[in-house]
Design a binder for this molecule. Structure first.
Ligand SMILES: [Mg+2]
Length: 420
């Protein structure tokens, strides 16, 4: 079986567990090792690793990056994690679990600089790098074997060692036939990992995993799936297209494909931030503002649900309209502070829509979130919108009811207008 040493990095078609060249046990063997080329790379406890690099006396101590205004854990080093500290945990809880932790306020400028260096190193391997966050990226290494005189697996192992030496942070790498499987592989072997998944083994590998393993399946989606008895990915893998639509709605078939480990997204170097949106095409064109608004309201609810599932909030909104003659209009505006409340998004999009509704007939309306912000920043109740936390609590109650009894259980005032 093709094997690779991650330390030296000796590689051969012959199977080895102990590197014949350097004696290292950090080896990886997989039948598809030298034929896969989509990689997911994620730095381990990035902020904490950078602080430890700069202050070696912290190396053996539990380190938490966080505090500040919101008082939550931003990153915990692996020592702190073994004591139960997690990202987004309130600081008082983290310190109760790990009283001897060294707490450091985030130094974003420093992390951004390190992230840029990391990105530049990736771009030297392939132009097809899609950054997903400051320390996480997808890479497509197809066609680079001649340039690097080595298969992608070897290039990646070499890269991880270079990053450790130059930046002082360790990486976890997943190698697979597509982005989804590469991401899941990178998560499977952390920290300082290197995991390989082929398409052939994907179904069996995912079958026993909880649905929440998939990116985008947050607590709300998990509850909705549980209503139908879906708890493990294996239960979704066999659903027909028709059943997926009937039970799970229009996004059902895409979810089933992901449960099977299928993903045809390309590594797109231009798309740094994912955009999240919701749109609908009308059965017949609409010019009436009130009618357009009632559709827009429902789309705002849908958008919020999608944002929540992906742990984002909206820093602004983008309204998209397509006229009966297929001309596309987009209008955008920033929110005073990030939000996950449908009424806030609706209030921001409404005047944009009013300006466009001049009698023109539209065949499509959509609403998107841009820029994306972390969900944790949403609706903090600042001066711009002091009432936001109360409305957030109300909205969460509605979502909880819907998760139990279905979408129709709670229809808010605006959703009662005639359906299109
Ligand atoms: Mg990371």
């Amino acid at each position: 079986m093709p094997s690779l040493c991650r330390d030296c990095p000796h590689h051969s078609q012959a199977d080895f567990r102990l590197c014949p060249a350097c004696g290292s046990r950090r080896t990886v063997s997989h039948p598809a090792l030298f034929s896969l080329f989509i990689a997911h790379m994620d730095a381990d406890a990035f902020y904490a690793s950078i602080e430890k690099r700069d202050r070696p006396e912290l190396l053996t101590k539990p380190v938490i990056i966080g505090g500040g205004k919101r008082g939550v854990v931003s990153t915990a080093c692996y020592i702190a994690r073994t004591r139960g500290v997690r990202s987004a945990m309130p600081m008082f809880k983290a310190l109760a679990a790990c009283p001897d932790a060294v707490v450091i306020k985030p130094d974003m400028a420093k992390y951004v600089a390190a992230g840029r260096e990391l990105r530049a190193m990736m771009q030297a391997l392939t132009p097809l790098v899609q950054p997903l966050s400051i320390d996480e990226a997808a890479m497509d290494l197809s066609g680079t074997e001649a340039l690097h005189r080595a298969p992608p697996a070897v290039v990646l192992a070499r890269f991880a060692r270079e990053v450790e030496a130059k930046l002082g942070v360790t990486l976890s790498i997943g190698l697979a036939p597509n982005r989804l499987l590469a991401k899941l592989a990178a998560e499977r072997d952390k920290p300082r990992g290197f995991a390989v998944t082929s398409q052939e083994e994907a179904m069996a590998l995912l079958a026993g995993s909880p649905v929440s393993l998939l990116p985008g399946i947050g607590p709300a989606a998990e509850k909705r799936l549980a209503v139908h008895g879906f708890r493990q990915l294996g239960q979704l893998q066999g659903l027909s297209h028709a059943d997926a639509v009937m039970l799970l709605g229009e996004d059902g078939p895409a979810l089933v494909a992901r449960a099977r480990g299928e993903d045809n997204r390309r590594v797109n170097p231009e798309r740094e931030t994912k955009s999240v949106s919701a749109e609908t095409t009308f059965n017949s064109d609409i010019a009436d503002l009130a009618e357009l608004e009632s559709v827009l309201w429902r789309l705002c609810e849908k958008l919020v649900r999608r944002l929540r599932e992906q742990e984002f909030s909206a820093g602004g909104v983008v309204l998209k309209l397509k006229t009966a003659s297929f001309a596309i209009r987009t209008r955008n505006t920033r929110l005073p502070s990030p939000s996950l409340l449908p009424d806030t998004l609706f209030a921001a999009a409404k005047p944009l829509l009013a300006r466009e509704a001049d009698g023109t007939k539209f065949r499509l309306i959509g609403i998107g979130a841009n820029p994306l912000r972390p969900a944790s920043e949403a609706d903090q109740g600042d001066l711009a919108d002091p009432d936001a936390p109360r409305r957030k609590a109300g909205w969460q109650a509605v979502e909880a009811l819907r998760a139990r009894f279905g979408d129709a259980a709670v229809v808010r005032g605006r959703g009662l207008r005639p359906k299109v």
